[in-house]
Design a protein around this ligand. Structure first.
Ligand SMILES: C[S@@+](CC[C@H](N)C(=O)[O-])C[C@H]1O[C@@H](n2cnc3c(N)ncnc32)[C@H](O)[C@@H]1O
Length: 265
């Protein structure tokens, strides 16, 4: 991970904390789901700095979630995560699902407690892939429960490097990430410059989430993270929720990160 990952972890830590504490008395069960878990800790490239990554951040919030569901494709990373989670938060109720979140989505859905009129369940699902390799179908299946998503839209470098392949070639990667092929027509109609492709895809993703009943997440409510050394846009971190309340918490995260930037710059 590059030093930009520190921004991601800071924002995730803040949101996980606000969510788990803020929703504690409003819901019977709060569930944390991590689709691309990794091994739990992350070393910042070229340094000796090791940071808590998304699973460990979630396992060390002040008010633990009532249940954790972790999915990771690489078996060695999963074993490391299990060992670390058990050591760091032995009291947490955690389920570990080994394999791709796309092929194991049924198991993931089964692990989310069913909500009812006397058992209100709210989940927070963190989606943190290396690139824009998300499968919208997976999120659609998970969204049949009451789930807020924090998604890392890693379209910065990927969209630039592979633009020709995505737009004119045979790649179906973006079709799968957005869950439709109509984006191609909309992009053609727009006749905008290639440099706006990233923003276009982020807006398209928000549009796809709207089709599942989520509120619109406009671009200005997404946190854009840039590489520290070359100041290149790398990704957007975006919240998707069906409820205004979640955006109130998210606004605090955005405000905090803007204030912090002002302090660092
Ligand atoms: C960018 S890392 C994120 C790790 C972690 N969330 C963090 O905070 O650093 C992505 C992780 O997802 C795993 N992965 C990639 N594709 C996956 C898939 N389809 N399902 C589950 N895990 C996947 C990779 O092995 C890697 O550990």
């Amino acid at each position: 991970m590059g030093t930009w990952a520190e921004d991601k972890y800071r924002l995730l830590a803040l949101y996980d904390g606000l969510f788990s504490t803020g929703m504690k008395h409003k819901w019977d069960q709060r569930v944390y789901i991590d689709l691309y878990s990794g091994a739990g800790f992350s070393r910042i490239r070229g340094t000796n700095t090791v940071l808590k990554a998304s699973p460990m951040i979630a396992l060390t919030v002040t008010d633990l979630f009532d249940k954790y569901v972790f999915c990771e494709e690489e078996p060695e990373l999963m074993s490391a995560l299990k060992a670390r989670a058990t050591r760091l938060a032995p009291e947490a109720n955690a389920v570990f699902i080994s394999g791709s979140c796309d092929t194991e989505v049924e198991q993931i859905c089964t692990a989310i407690p069913r909500g009812s009129s006397d058992n209100h369940v709210l989940s927070l699902c963190v989606v943190d892939p290396f690139d824009f390799g998300i499968k919208f179908e997976t999120l659609r299946r998970i969204s049949s429960a009451l789930v807020d998503f924090v998604v890392l839209l890693a379209i910065g470098m990927d969209a630039n490097r592979n633009y020709a392949n995505y737009v004119e070639g045979n790649s179906t990667k973006i079709d799968e990430a957005l869950g439709n092929r109509q984006w191609r027509e909309r992009w053609k109609d727009k006749a905008t410059q290639r440099s706006r492709f990233r923003e276009f895809l982020a807006n398209e993703f928000s549009r796809s989430m709207q089709s599942l009943g989520y509120l619109t997440t406009p671009l200005h409510q997404m946190k854009q993270v840039r590489s520290v050394d070359r100041n290149l846009p790398l990704y957007y971190l975006a919240l998707f929720s069906r409820h205004e309340m979640a955006f109130k918490l998210w606004d605090q995260v955005l405000k905090y990160s803007t204030d912090q930037r002002a302090l660092w710059d």
